[in-house]
Design a protein around this ligand. Structure first.
Ligand SMILES: [Zn+2]
Length: 372
């Protein structure tokens, strides 16, 4: 069974080049959605990235079903009133590597210069580095200078944008987080490796046909000593992005467990050094004291507040959501909160839970703003 799914996952990667009229349509989506930032509610709703597993997609995986599933996921968000939906990252999900939901392997398996056939000695060398305690094996072994390989972010983004037909956010995993999953036999230091990954990704982001590009980092909150490096790598990519720029931070999520210890406060310099238009931060599953950091974040960066807890099945009422927004708003100061969203992606929650949480998110935002 796994073999069949593996080959199906491979088939998704072999996407046909989209006809030029579809590329044009996707490019138009970016223009069409520019009103998103100038009109509508003063606080926008968005999701973070991954969506719950779609059972029928994994039972019958194909290029057609992945596009069908994407339509369902984007449509559900839009029907609920989400201002800036994500594609659910469904095409990145590899059933063989469910732990990181394609957040890692999707990129690592494509970037050139990385061997993803992991031998026993590679696994041993990686475990001695103790880079990532929850990974037994590296995601890949760096054997030569990195290159674009088969990574084609434009093609992936174009497909999602074509399905969305309107505002859409496209997500990328932070180079620092990717670097931490690798066994490096070429660069010899984490800094050179991280920046090499950043350069490969930065080459591909300037023309992405979407409304917003978001970079996801779930590792540095637990290793703030590496924050300057993570920031430099993220900024190299953001500096090439021409649409809204977002950075998502969380403390990791594995079935309700927090992976990284740490607090927001030590990350303040890091947050303020980012060339982002807005941040997308985990707060619902955090102690209230974490909100104190908000007033110290540079006012040029809009704040995105996690008000939906994705580590629990409890479905927040609109009143609970509104109270969480109110708490963050009072700590941050007027006009600082620009976005509300779940703490992280939904991939570990059942669809029925995720869908109701999304509905509550929009209703809670509306309640806070006194609209509808
Ligand atoms: Zn996250």
């Amino acid at each position: 069974m796994v073999k069949i799914l593996r080959s199906a996952a491979f088939a998704w990667r072999e996407l046909p080049v989209l006809p030029s009229r579809l590329r044009v349509r996707a490019l138009k989506c970016r223009d069409m959605s520019s009103h998103l930032f100038s009109e509508g509610p003063s606080i926008k709703t968005t999701t973070v990235g991954s969506y719950s597993q779609i059972d029928w997609l994994y039972a019958l995986p194909s290029e057609q079903t992945v596009q069908d599933a994407m339509r369902v996921v984007i449509g559900l968000q839009r029907d609920a009133g989400i201002d800036l939906p994500t594609d659910g990252e469904l095409y990145r999900y590899d059933i063989s590597h469910p732990d990181t939901n394609g957040m890692i392997e999707y990129f690592i398996s494509r970037i050139g210069g990385i061997n993803t056939k992991i031998g026993i000695s590679d696994a041993k060398a990686f475990s001695q580095k103790n880079e990532m305690s929850f990974r037994r094996k590296p995601a890949g072994v760096v054997t030569e200078a990195l290159s674009e390989g088969s990574l084609d972010l434009f093609e992936s983004c174009t497909r999602s944008s074509q399905v969305a037909g309107g505002p859409m956010k496209f997500t990328l995993t932070s180079p620092y987080m990717l670097a931490r999953t690798l066994l490096d036999n070429h660069y010899g230091n984490l800094e050179a490796l991280t920046l090499a990954i950043a350069d490969v990704m930065a080459e591909q982001v300037s023309e992405l046909p979407c409304t917003c590009v978001q970079i996801d980092e779930a590792n540095v909150p637990g290793s703030p000593e590496n924050a300057p490096l993570a920031a430099e790598a993220i900024n190299r990519i953001l500096d090439k992005v021409k649409v809204e720029k977002a950075v998502h931070f969380c403390f990791g999520n594995y079935g309700g467990q927090t992976i990284q210890s740490g607090k927001w406060k030590p990350l303040l310099d890091f947050l303020n050094s980012l060339h982002a238009d807005h941040l997308v931060m985990e707060f619902a599953h955090r102690p209230d004291g974490d909100l104190d950091v908000l007033k110290e974040i540079d006012t040029k960066i809009k704040l995105g507040i996690g008000v939906v807890d994705i580590k629990v099945n409890h479905i927040e009422s609109p009143e609970e959501i509104a109270r969480r927004i109110e708490k963050a708003d009072s700590k941050a100061g007027p006009d600082r909160v620009g976005w509300v969203h779940p703490d992280c992606g939904f991939w570990m929650l059942k669809r029925s839970i995720a869908e109701r949480k999304i509905e509550s998110l929009v209703k809670g935002r509306d309640l806070f703003l006194g609209i509808r």
